[in-house]
Structure formats: structure tokens, C-alpha cells
Design a protein around this ligand. Structure first.
Ligand SMILES: [Fe+2]
Length: 366
């Protein structure tokens, strides 16, 4: 990648491809104390008030800087490094490659909690692991009630839902969700009926005296790739048909339509939603529905298969942080008479983890 000049024009060259950089793009980026606030890096001028046909008067390129005088008289010195940074996706979390895993995974991405971890390099490593594997576990997180709120808000901001700022997971009478019973929970994603679906779930174990009640995780990315390889038709229909996900209780009706496997604009994996007790496929031709039902059955078999699921017991002080757009989670059954089992959960969104990751990267010059 490099910058070149030609006839009062600036060009950006990358892998043999040369493109002119619009003069206005450069004018918007003028540096210096009278144009940009030092602390916030926000502009001190409004570019929409400028003439968009702005032209360059003089140019000078040195090893580290591009000096420009625009025809409106503004002169600036731009660091080449900063310009090149804008053409690279190195800072994007999409750049962190996902690692597919199945039941053979031994590394549970364990990190030890310390009071100052949120400002330490260790947190950067934990977040990188989170983006690679879709989950991490923090050990020795203080088990005082509601500590999860502090934890979540130290990464970013809690994403409140109609279950509250955080929720308690223990069996209780008259539950409005199966999570609040001692029944087994098959792998699922949370809140598929919400728009947007909460990105990350935090689950903090306060007490766990029962023998069962193991936490289970499945990598939806691995399963999706497997489906794509072995059952192309099933993969295709699950990426195409929008299903209605629904949640109803006394005070709210939540609905959202989405594919069970959602792809991004490049056709790559973006998100899975799976919660077969609350999804409703629209009425379609019988043949198409037949294919859809077979596809849903197959993906359910894969999600529930021993080949893909990991199981582990959360101990008091363990805090599991999992990607709700990528992983499915569940738990095995337990006997509530054996003792207490008490977990607290909450959600945060990707802007929190992404913002924290970039902050720590900047702080430690990584
Ligand atoms: Fe859940």
C-alpha cells in the first residue's frame, strides 16, 4: 500500500490497483488544532458546509507526511500512516478469524479475574479468545449478589431486556421461561424474537451444589459449516426462509422475523438463531415446507449431537461470556432437592467488547 502524486491528484496504490483519492476526502481529514479537537478527535468544522467540489492547489509528499494546500486556502500535513490505516481492515474485529470447534475442544479459554483486569492486557487476550472461539470463562469472579452488573458495565454497557437489567437463573414457581425450572435445556440461542438480538450473554455462577446442571455449549459456526458441506439444500433453505420468533408473557409480545442461519452481505456466516419452542415458519408451498422441516430437523440433530457439544460444570465464581449470535447454550437436568443452583445472567452488545478491545489495543500499543 502506498500513496502517489500525479497532476495535483493523490492516488492510493494497493496490489497493483491504483485509485484516485477524492480531494474532499482529504479536505475532511485536515489535521491541526484549529480543525480537530485534540482530546476527542472530533472535527471543529462542519464538512457539510464546505463546497464539495473542493480542489487541491499544491501537494508535497515526503516519507511520513502528505502536505496539501487546498484552493480554499487551508493547508494541512497528514501522516501517511493515518491515511493508510483507513484502507486496512486490521482494526476490524471481523479480521479476527473464527476458530471452529467441536466436542473435542479441551481449551475452555479460562482467564483469572482480578479487580483491575478490565484495564489490563489480560483482558485484551480474553477478548481476542472470545472473538476466536465465541466464549471465555473468567474464574474467581466475586460471588456477591449482582456483581455481574459491575462486570458487564466494566466492559461496556449492560443491555437491558424485559427480563430486567440482569436475571436470576434458579428454579422458581410459575416460571415465564423454561430456564427458570430444573428441566434440561437443549442447545438454543437466547432472545431470537428480539430486534436486535442481544449479542453476548454473561452467566455468573453464584452457587452450584447439585450434581447435574452442567452447562453446555455448541459452536453454531462449526455446525453451519458442516451443514453447508454435507447438506447443501438444507443449508440453502435455512439461509433463505425468514421464520417468526415469538415471546409472549403478561406484559409484552415480542416478535422478529429472521433466517435461522443469517449470512452477511458477502454470503458469509453472520448469526444463528435456534429456539424450536418459539419459532413459526410462514405458510409456504407444501414441497418447500417439507424441505424446511427436514432441514430444521437435521440442524437440530447436529446441534444436539455429542459430536459438537461441550459440557462443563460452572463452579461458584465462574463467569461464562458467550456469543449469542454464534454459540448455542443449554444445560443438563438437575435435581433441585440436592442443593442450591444459582446463576445470574445479563447481556451486553458487540459495541462494548469491540470498543474495549480497540481501547486496550491502543493503550498497550498492540
Ligand atoms: Fe438461554
Amino acid at each position: 500500500m502506498k500513496i502517489e502524486l500525479e497532476d495535483k491528484k493523490v492516488f492510493f496504490e494497493n496490489q497493483g490497483l491504483k485509485k484516485e483519492i477524492h480531494p474532499f476526502w482529504l479536505r475532511e481529514r485536515v489535521a491541526g488544532d484549529s480543525f480537530v479537537d485534540k482530546k476527542t478527535q472530533q472535527r471543529l468544522f462542519d464538512p457539510t458546509e464546505l463546497n464539495e467540489k473542493i480542489e487541491i492547489d499544491t501537494l508535497n509528499l515526503s516519507k511520513s507526511y502528505l502536505e496539501i494546500t487546498f484552493k480554499d486556502g487551508v493547508h494541512t500535513k497528514l501522516a501517511i500512516q493515518n491515511i493508510l490505516k483507513e484502507f486496512s481492515n486490521i482494526n476490524d474485529v471481523k479480521h479476527i478469524e473464527k476458530i471452529k470447534w467441536d466436542s473435542s475442544l479441551k481449551n475452555l479459554n479460562i482467564f483469572e479475574f482480578k479487580n483491575k483486569i478490565f484495564e489490563e492486557e489480560e483482558m485484551y487476550k480474553a477478548l481476542i479468545s472470545f472473538y476466536k472461539y465465541g466464549f471465555v470463562i473468567f474464574k474467581k469472579v466475586p460471588t456477591q449478589n449482582n456483581f455481574i452488573v459491575n462486570f458487564a458495565n466494566s466492559i461496556g454497557s449492560i443491555r437491558r431486556t424485559n427480563f430486567g437489567e440482569f436475571f436470576n437463573v434458579k428454579s422458581k414457581p410459575n416460571p415465564n421461561d423454561l430456564a427458570y425450572t430444573s428441566l434440561p435445556l437443549a442447545p438454543h440461542t437466547d432472545n431470537p424474537y428480539r430486534n436486535p438480538v442481544p449479542c453476548i450473554q454473561l452467566l455468573h455462577c453464584i452457587e452450584n451444589e447439585v450434581n447435574g446442571g452442567l452447562s453446555t455449549l455448541v459452536d453454531g459456526f462449526t455446525v453451519t459449516e458442516k451443514l453447508k458441506e454435507d447438506f447443501r439444500d438444507y443449508y440453502k433453505i435455512l439461509t433463505e426462509i425468514k421464520v417468526r420468533f415469538q415471546f409472549i408473557d403478561q406484559s409484552i409480545v415480542l416478535e422478529d422475523w429472521s433466517e435461522m442461519i443469517q449470512l452477511d452481505e458477502l454470503g458469509k456466516f453472520k448469526q444463528v438463531r435456534f429456539s424450536p419452542r418459539l419459532d413459526f415458519v410462514p405458510l409456504m408451498d407444501k414441497d418447500k415446507l417439507e424441505l424446511f422441516y427436514s432441514a430444521r430437523k437435521k440442524i437440530s440433530e447436529l446441534y444436539n449431537s455429542d459430536l459438537f457439544r461441550i459440557e462443563f460444570k460452572l463452579q461458584p465464581g465462574d463467569l461464562l461470556m458467550m456469543d449469542n449470535h454464534r454459540l448455542l447454550h443449554g444445560r443438563t437436568t438437575y435435581n433441585a432437592n440436592e442443593g442450591k443452583r444459582f446463576l445470574q445472567g445479563c447481556y451486553i452488545d458487540y459495541d462494548s467488547t469491540e470498543g474495549k478491545l480497540k481501547h486496550l489495543k491502543r493503550k498497550f500499543n498492540l
